[in-house]
Write a protein that binds this ligand. Structure first.
Ligand code: MOS
Length: 752
C-alpha cells in the first residue's frame, strides 16, 4: 500500500500562501539592533589577535623583517615569518577544487602582489599585534611591477573561468563582417574593481585536538569545509564552519584566502583561539577582485539592420601565477542578440596582482557594459531607435546554439520598462534635451542578461508532533534575504504558516545548501528544501492513508494537499486531518523528509536558461562643469517565479545601484611605479551614496518557466548590474554627443 501511495501523492505546489508574499526580512531586526552576531563578534576564552603584514611592493623578495623589535613589544605573543611559519599541510600552490586559488601562507619570501601576507603577528590584544606588525619594517629586493594592459602582449587564455572554453565560434564572423552593409569596430575598457563588502573578511579559529571550529562569513560553507580540510590534513567532518550572517559577499566570500588560512594555522600552532579581521586596505589584494578588461566589439548589419556578425574579444588582466580567472566578459555576447555569426574570445595580460575572482555578475557586468554601448553605437549608425534596433535583432532561440529558451519575457521587459520610463518620443540625435535648469539631459537603455544556473543542495525537513515544522540546510544569507525567501519556500512545502517553521541554516553541520552564488541560491537551496518538505508530507500522507481511524484512510491514491497544518484529500477536501492528530495516533514520532536539488544535465542540454531585463536611464549633466547625475533608472526584469517581491526588488535595486557605481564611480587605480593600488579605502574608492541614487524603479515582469527547475525560479542577485552600465553610458552620449569608451565615466572625460 505504501508504495502505491507514494507514487500518487502530488507535490504540494501551493504557492501563494507564503511564497509570493513580500515578507519582511526575518533577520532585519537582529541586524539593525546589533543583536546579529557576525564572525568578528566572537570572543572565545583565551583568544589571541592576529594581524597580517601586507607586502608594500608588488613584485620581488622580502630580504629582512625586524622580528626582534616586534617580539620585544609588550603583548606580542609570536611573529610568524617564512623562517618559522605555522604548518599548512596541503600544498598552498595546489588548488583543491576548481574555485580555489593558490595561496600565500609564508611558504617562501616571494612577493607576487601588493598586500600579499609576508608575516603574521599574534598579540594578546589587537593593539599589541598591530604595533608588532608595524615594527617589522620589511626590506625588499624589488623588481619592477607589471601593471596595466601594456605590461606584455595579450595572449589567448588557456580557458575561461567556471570550466568555460576561452573561445566560442558560431558561424564565420569575418565573413559576416565583410558581407555587412555597415560595420562597427569599437574598444571599451573596464577597470579593476574590489568587492568591498561592508563586513571585511574575518575569522575566529579554534582547535580542539584535530577538530576545528571557525566563525567566518562564507558563501559556500560546506564546500569551504573541504578546502580547509585539504589545507590542514584533517577530515572535512572535523571542521565546523559557522556563518549565520554575512555583511555582504558578492562572490568574494566563497573560497578561503591566505590570511584566513594563516589565522587557522596560527591557532593550531599556538593552541589558542585566534581572531583575524582584515582592514579595509587589506581587502585590496588577497581576497579576489573583478579583473580589468579591454573589449573589442565588431558588429556587422545588413540593409535591414539585421546583425550579420557579433565578434567580441575581451582581454582581461590576470595575476602572474594562477591566471585561472580571466574576467569572462566576452560571454555576454553569446546569449542575447540574433546575429547570424558569433565569436567570443578571452585573452589575458599578466600583471603583478592578486588572483581575480567572481564578483557580482562575473563576466556579464563588464561584458554587457561594453556590448550594450556597442549596440547603441550600431543603432546610431543604422539611424534607428536603440530599442527598435534591439527588437529587430531579438533572439527567439539562443543564437549560435539554436536552443529554445526555457522562458524569455524580454519583449515584455522592453515594453513595460519603456512605458514606465516614457521612452516613446525620445529624439534620435544627441544633445536635443535640456531641462529647465539648463542641464543636458539624455536617455539611454541597455538589455540585462544573466544565466539561471543551479548547483547541488540537500535539505532536511521535520514535522513535529505539535504540528510545527523544522527545516535545515547549510545556506548562506549574504544580506540578500535567503533566510526569509528560503523559509517561505520551506513553509509552503510543509503546508505551514511561516511562523510555524523553524529554519536552521548558516552552519556546516547541516545538509549542504550549496553555494550562495551565480544567482542560483534560491533555486538550488530552495529546491532542496521544497523536496525535503514534500518528502515529509508524503510520509505523513502514507501514515494517514493507512490509518483506518483517519478521515484520510484509503485516499492515498488521489494525493494530498497540505495547507495550514492540515492534510486534505486532493479530490475531496471535505476529508482532512491536522498533522498533529495524524502524528499522535502514529505514535508521536517526528516525521522526517529529505530532499535534494540539482539540474539534470539533460535539462541543461535542452534549453538555454537566463534571466532577462531592460534598463532605461536618464542622466542630467551640468553643461559647464559636466557633473553627471543619474536622475532616473527604470529596470524591468523577468526572472521566473518571484518568491518574495520585496526582497527580489531590493536585490534588483542593489544590482542597479552597482550599475551606477560601475558606470560613474568604481575603479581601483594602480600606481605604475610601484604596482600598488592608490585608493585602498572608501574615501578614494568611490561607490554611490544616497545622493547619487535618485529615481530608481524596479518592475518584475511575470514569467512562468516550466523547464528551469520544478519551482520555476531563476535568479535576481546579479542581473541588475548588467544592462544598467550600458544604459547610463548611452544616456551620457545622448545628453552630450560624446562616446566615452571606458568606465567609470568621469567629469574630466567630458571636459577633454
Ligand atoms: Mo556571486 S559573484 O556568484 O557571489
Amino acid at each position: 500500500m505504501s508504495d502505491r501511495v507514494s507514487e500518487t501523492v502530488t507535490m504540494p505546489m501551493r504557492f501563494g500562501s507564503n511564497s509570493g508574499q513580500s515578507v519582511t526580512r526575518r533577520d532585519g531586526i537582529a541586524k539593525v539592533t546589533g543583536r546579529a552576531t557576525y564572525a568578528a563578534d566572537n570572543h572565545p576564552d583565551g583568544m589571541l589577535y592576529a594581524v597580517y603584514v601586507p607586502a608594500t611592493i608588488a613584485r620581488g623578495r622580502v630580504t629582512h623583517l625586524d622580528t626582534a623589535a616586534a617580539k620585544a613589544h609588550p603583548g606580542v605573543v609570536e611573529v610568524f615569518t617564512p623562517k618559522n611559519r605555522p604548518p599548512v599541510v596541503g600544498d598552498p600552490d595546489k588548488k583543491p577544487f576548481m574555485f580555489a586559488i593558490p595561496i600565500e601562507v609564508l611558504q617562501d619570501d616571494t612577493v607576487r602582489y601588493a598586500m600579499q601576507p609576508i608575516a603574521l603577528v599574534i598579540g594578546e590584544t589587537l593593539e599589541a599585534a598591530t604595533e608588532g606588525a608595524r615594527l617589522l619594517k620589511p626590506q625588499y629586493e624589488v623588481e619592477p611591477a607589471r601593471t596595466g594592459f601594456d605590461a606584455e602582449p595579450a595572449k589567448r587564455a588557456a580557458a575561461g573561468p567556471f570550466g568555460r572554453p576561452a573561445e566560442v565560434v558560431h558561424g564565420d564572423t569575418e565573413a559576416g563582417l565583410s558581407q555587412a552593409k555597415q560595420t562597427l569596430d569599437v574598444t571599451y575598457d573596464t577597470p579593476a574593481q574590489y568587492h568591498n563588502a561592508m563586513e571585511p573578511h574575518a575569522i575566529v579559529a579554534k582547535w580542539d585536538g584535530d577538530k576545528l571550529e571557525i566563525d567566518t562569513p562564507n558563501q559556500a560553507i560546506v564546500l569551504s569545509r573541504g578546502f580547509y580540510a585539504f589545507y590542514f590534513g584533517i577530515p572535512a567532518d572535523n571542521i565546523l564552519i559557522r556563518s549565520p550572517y554575512l555583511g555582504g559577499g558578492f562572490g568574494s566570500k566563497a573560497v578561503p584566502y591566505s590570511p584566513l588560512v594563516l589565522a587557522i594555522a596560527a591557532a593550531r600552532k599556538l593552541d589558542r583561539p585566534v581572531k583575524l579581521v582584515l582592514t579595509r586596505a587589506q581587502m585590496f589584494g588577497p581576497v579576489g577582485h573583478r579583473g580589468a578588461t579591454r573589449q573589442r566589439l565588431r558588429i556587422g548589419i545588413d540593409g535591414e539592420a539585421q546583425m550579420t556578425a557579433l565578434d567580441h574579444v575581451s582581454t582581461a588582466i590576470v595575476d602572474s601565477f594562477d591566471s585561472s580567472f580571466p574576467e569572462p566578459a566576452a560571454n555576454a555576447s553569446q546569449g542575447l542578440y540574433n546575429a547570424s555569426s558569433l565569436h567570443s574570445l578571452m585573452m589575458v595580460v599578466h600583471n603583478d596582482i592578486g588572483v581575480p575572482g567572481a564578483m557580482r555578475a562575473p563576466g556579464e557586468a563588464s561584458g554587457s557594459a561594453a556590448l550594450e554601448c556597442a549596440i547603441d553605437e550600431m543603432a546610431e549608425k543604422a539611424g534607428m531607435d536603440p530599442l527598435e534596433f534591439r527588437l529587430k535583432n531579438y533572439a527567439d532561440v539562443e543564437p549560435g546554439t539554436g536552443k529554445p529558451y526555457s522562458s524569455k519575457a524580454l519583449r515584455e521587459c522592453y515594453a513595460e520598462g519603456a512605458k514606465r520610463f516614457g521612452w516613446a518620443g525620445r529624439p534620435l540625435a544627441p544633445r536635443q534635451m535640456v531641462d529647465d535648469k539648463g542641464f543636458l539631459t539624455g536617455w539611454g537603455m541597455g538589455t540585462a542578461l544573466f544565466g539561471a544556473p543551479m548547483f547541488a543542495a540537500q535539505a532536511r525537513a521535520v514535522l513535529r508532533p505539535d504540528g510545527t515544522g523544522l527545516v535545515e540546510t547549510a545556506a548562506a544569507d549574504m544580506g540578500q534575504g535567503a533566510w526569509t525567501a528560503l523559509a517561505q519556500i520551506a513553509a509552503d512545502s510543509l503546508g505551514l504558516p511561516l511562523d510555524k517553521v523553524e529554519f536552521r541554516s548558516g552552519s556546516s553541520d547541516l545538509p549542504d545548501g550549496g553555494v550562495a552564488g551565480g544567482s542560483g541560491h534560491t533555486a538550488t537551496a530552495g529546491g532542496a528544501l521544497h523536496a525535503a518538505g514534500t518528502d515529509a508530507i508524503r510520509r505523513l500522507g502514507e501514515l494517514a492513508a493507512a490509518d483506518p481511524q483517519s478521515p484520510l484512510f484509503g485516499t492515498g491514491n488521489q494525493g494530498f494537499v497540505a495547507r495550514d497544518g492540515r492534510l486534505y484529500a486532493a479530490r475531496d477536501e471535505s476529508r482532512s486531518e491536522a498533522y498533529a492528530d495524524i502524528i499522535a495516533r502514529a505514535g508521536g514520532q517526528e516525521i522526517e523528509g529529505k530532499g535534494s536539488a540539482a539540474r539534470p544535465p539533460e535539462d541543461a542540454a535542452r534549453h538555454a536558461m537566463y534571466s532577462h531585463g531592460a534598463v532605461f536611464a536618464e542622466v542630467k549633466i551640468d553643461p559647464v562643469l559636466f557633473q553627471m547625475r543619474v536622475t532616473r533608472l527604470v529596470g524591468a526584469f523577468a526572472a521566473g517565479r518571484i518568491i518574495n517581491p520585496k526582497l527580489a526588488e531590493s536585490q534588483l535595486m542593489g544590482g542597479m545601484i552597482w550599475g551606477i557605481s560601475f558606470a560613474l564611480h568604481e575603479e581601483a587605480r594602480f600606481d605604475k611605479r610601484t604596482g600598488r593600488i592608490m585608493n585602498t579605502d572608501l574615501a578614494g574608492y568611490h561607490i554611490p551614496v544616497n545622493a547619487d541614487v535618485q529615481g530608481l524603479e524596479v518592475i518584475t515582469v511575470h514569467e512562468d518557466d516550466p523547464y528551469v527547475n520544478p519551482l520555476g525560479i531563476k535568479g535576481v542577485g546579479e542581473i541588475g548590474v548588467t544592462g544598467t552600465v550600458g544604459a547610463i553610458g548611452n544616456a551620457i552620449w545622448h545628453a552630450t554627443g560624446r562616446r566615452i569608451r571606458h568606465f567609470p565615466i568621469r567629469i574630466e572625460d567630458l571636459l577633454a
